[in-house]
Design a protein around this ligand. Structure first.
Ligand code: TMP
Length: 209
């Protein structure tokens, strides 16, 4: 079971098209204006494992579901523990904001690999201090994605509805862990969502190093 909490680590999660990338940008711009040391990051990363994952998502490379789940966990390990990674940055007092983290694996890869198997693959990774889940109705996120020209591995309303269930299961699983969870209606205007994210983020204590 993943239990330790990494102070100064914030994660944004949601379905494809939920708006996590927009919220990540708005939050980082706000942190900039407020002069708070921070780092914006994302998964899959731009490292070699992350790039391989992107090729699989784009259907240029084929891999079995469990292989994909393992690759996401490997990419995460590098993201967390690699040089200039999440742990190093958070430990030097930066607020690290990640667009997606292990909750994505629990929501997406659990569909084909099972929740327990994915949880086991992610064992030992710390929880963020704050998890923001942008709960966008499947129809809304799908309409946003329909404007895209390319197709990805996890496209489709049926799959995304199951992803949403996976997120809710993951949030329930970590109840009582001490991680703060903010579930926001992703259908609200982006600036309203940002204000809610900001209010909760600004409450996080600044950790002295
Ligand atoms: P994004 O760059 O648009 O967020 O796309 C990343 C895709 O990868 C998205 O469909 C969610 C998926 N994903 C997983 O399936 N498992 C994971 O652990 C992560 C981080 C992302």
């Amino acid at each position: 079971m993943v239990l330790s909490i990494l102070q100064g680590f914030v994660v944004l999660e949601g379905l494809d098209g939920a708006g996590t990338t927009t919220q990540m940008r708005l939050l980082c711009e706000r942190l900039d204006r407020e002069g708070r040391a921070h780092a914006g990051t994302f998964e899959p990363t731009e490292g070699p494992v992350g790039r391989l994952i992107r090729s699989i998502l784009a259907r240029r490379v084929m891999a079995l579901p469990l292989t994909v789940a393992m690759l996401f966990a490997a990419d995460r390990h590098q993201h967390l523990a690699g040089p200039d990674g999440v742990i190093e940055r958070a430990n030097r007092g930066e607020l690290v904001v990640s667009d997606r983290y292990l909750f994505s694996s629990l929501a997406y890869q659990s569909i084909e690999c099972g929740f327990k198997r994915v949880l086991d693959l992610n064992e030992g990774f710390p929880l963020p201090e704050l998890l923001v889940f942008l709960d966008t109705p499947v129809a809304v996120s799908q309409a946003r994605l329909d404007r895209r020209t390319h197709r990805e591995l996890y496209d489709g309303a049926g799959f995304q509805a199951r992803v949403r269930e996976g997120y809710l299961q993951a949030i329930e699983h970590f109840e009582g862990s001490g991680m703060r969870v903010l579930v926001l209606d992703g259908n609200r205007p982006a600036d309203e969502i940002h204000e809610a994210v900001w209010t909760e983020t600004a409450r996080l204590p600044i950790h002295k190093v």
